[in-house]
Ligand binder design. Structure first.
Ligand SMILES: O=C(O)COP(=O)(O)O
Ligand SMILES: [Mg+2]
Length: 233
């Protein structure tokens, strides 16, 4: 079990870094955009702790989970068809609101900048791979001054399937021209770890992100770190 990749970094050529819950605490952005959307739909608001458990599988899953939750809380026990009917109106509203507040209620976690600098100094090529849409990810990285560290940035809509499917990791390795076995995945959830295992990438998880409300140490990974700065410690 690794608490950091330490001297093992000699066996690595690249790292793929997750965004939400790993580099940026975006829960405030999610809460703001989702509650503006719910207000447009004349539905009740949702609290941040409930949202936190729904983050990690991309925007479509998040919106369907939120709609199901608020309709259920309102005593409506919604069917999939009822959720679908709201979803058609929810998606354009969410997109508009998310882009208008993107980054305003989000903070870069401590140790992220130092960690990215250390990875670059160790000679690793870096890509950002998130399940959020690329159109949300790129402006967020720019707004937080993180875009310059990455040779490639891919979102949940960049490939045919999202994490936990291995496809986005394999495609990212292809874009970086690296072998999966020499490409470290760094994430915060079971989606990152399962995708990495299936792609053949080593994987380290941060202990402070979103993992559907479950302890991240219970997820099968090669190591766990409290800060990106500790990755090469
Ligand atoms: O949008 C999400 O569901 C989370 O995205 P992530 O892959 O950056 O954690
Ligand atoms: Mg994440």
């Amino acid at each position: 079990m690794l608490n950091s990749i330490g001297s093992n970094h000699a066996t690595l050529d690249a790292a793929i870094i997750d965004l939400d819950g790993t580099m940026v605490d975006t829960l405030g952005d999610f809460a703001e955009a989702l509650n503006r959307m719910l207000s447009d739909l004349a539905l009740p608001a949702i609290a941040a702790p409930a949202i936190e458990q729904m983050v990690g599988k991309g925007s479509e899953h998040l919106l369907r989970s939120v709609l199901h939750h608020v309709l259920d809380q309102a005593g409506k026990a919604p069917t999939a068809i009822e959720v679908d009917a709201f979803y058609a109106r929810a998606w354009p509203s969410y997109q508009q609101h998310y882009l208008s507040i993107n980054g305003d209620c989000a903070q870069v976690y401590p140790g992220v900048v130092a960690g990215l600098q250390a990875l670059r100094q160790a000679g690793l090529r870096l890509a950002c791979l998130t399940n959020k849409p690329a159109a949300f990810a790129l402006p967020l990285l720019r707004a937080k001054g993180l875009d310059g560290y990455f040779e490639q940035v891919f979102g949940g809509d960049s490939f045919a399937r999202k994490k936990p499917d291995p496809l986005p990791l394999l495609k990212t390795c292809e874009a970086l021209q690296t072998e999966p076995a020499r490409t470290l995945m760094v994430g915060d959830s079971s989606n990152d770890a399962q995708a990495a295992r299936a792609a053949g990438c080593p994987v380290v998880l941060v202990t402070y992100g979103y993992n559907h409300g479950l302890p991240v140490q219970a997820v099968d990974a090669d190591g766990y770190v409290d800060s990106l700065e500790l990755l090469l410690a």
